[in-house]
Design a protein around this ligand. Sequence first.
Ligand SMILES: C[S@@+](CC[C@H](N)C(=O)[O-])C[C@H]1O[C@@H](n2cnc3c(N)ncnc32)[C@H](O)[C@@H]1O
Length: 328
Amino acid sequence: MGKTLTRNKDLPIFFGEVQLKGERQQVGVEGKEKEERTLYYKHPHGELWKGNSIKWLESLEPESIDLIFADPPYNISKADWDTFESQEEYIKFSMQWIEQAARVLKPTGTLFICGFSEILADLKHPATKYFKGCRWIIWNYKNKANLGSDWGRSHESILHFRKTKNFTFNIDTIRIPYGEHTLKYPSHPQADSSQFGKGKKEKENWIPNPLGAKPKDVLEIPQDIIEVPTTCNGMHEKTPHPTQKPEELIRKIILASSNIGDTILDPFCGSGTTPVCAEQLQRKWKACDLSPEYLDWAVNRIELVEDWGIDKWIKYDFENQKRRNSIR
Ligand SMILES: C[S@@+](CC[C@H](N)C(=O)[O-])C[C@H]1O[C@@H](n2cnc3c(N)ncnc32)[C@H](O)[C@@H]1O
């Protein structure tokens, strides 16, 4: 892959002037009023807003969004925005934005919420009343330094809430490489014990799907970029944001749960990983964060998005996963 898929590092310059696709808006960068919400950056495919996401969500049209990816505060005092008086206060805050998120989702829409399992466990039940279903996904990483004497953490959870039973889900776009064993014996009859073989008069041969294996609800993406310095090979996307999510993880979610031209929303966009991935995958996007500093990093990343087709992004992630599997 390497050479042909080099990522952009510099913004294009024309006669000494940086060429931007979007436009930064004239707003104060002090960010003193938490309640204020202001358009920070306008792009042909999306908008970045600065302010409190609850107020921002309240201002949006009902049933206007196809997919929401939310990586909210976890209440683990990672930064001042991640500190709440109590877990009760945190749950109260979470229910406010989740209710609004459900309101703005289209009936085919879904909401993904990231968090540590022990924190999401407090949110799942009260949030359920706004949705018609939920699956619990595990994001597994293998590259996080684990200091201290407790269990080493190698996963986070992602709740996948569905507004109705008729929600968008494109499984073929996020298939994963088959394991070696499966490929060694690719064509075989379904066992009697298989739920797919049982009850059929003639057993059908199972053959591998040419697009790859079905994705599991454990997403293995060992690029927990929180711990990896900017200069590390392959970490093109890293900013100084303390809890930045890997693009590969969000690309999978966007591909699975939206279609080209859909609108993706992120109420806590930080360094802009969701709008960046939405832009890469030809979706529209709206995002919000309290911090103008983080939004500046987001603008820079959005401007640097490569002009690749969607197939190239899928291949990029598929090949990266294959390469990681081969060196394990
Ligand atoms: C976990 S981080 C998101 C990181 C992001 N996914 C990324 O890849 O960079 C949560 C973000 O929520 C923002 N935030 C916290 N409380 C907020 C609020 N009430 N309204 C808007 N943004 C908020 C923080 O500034 C922080 O950037």
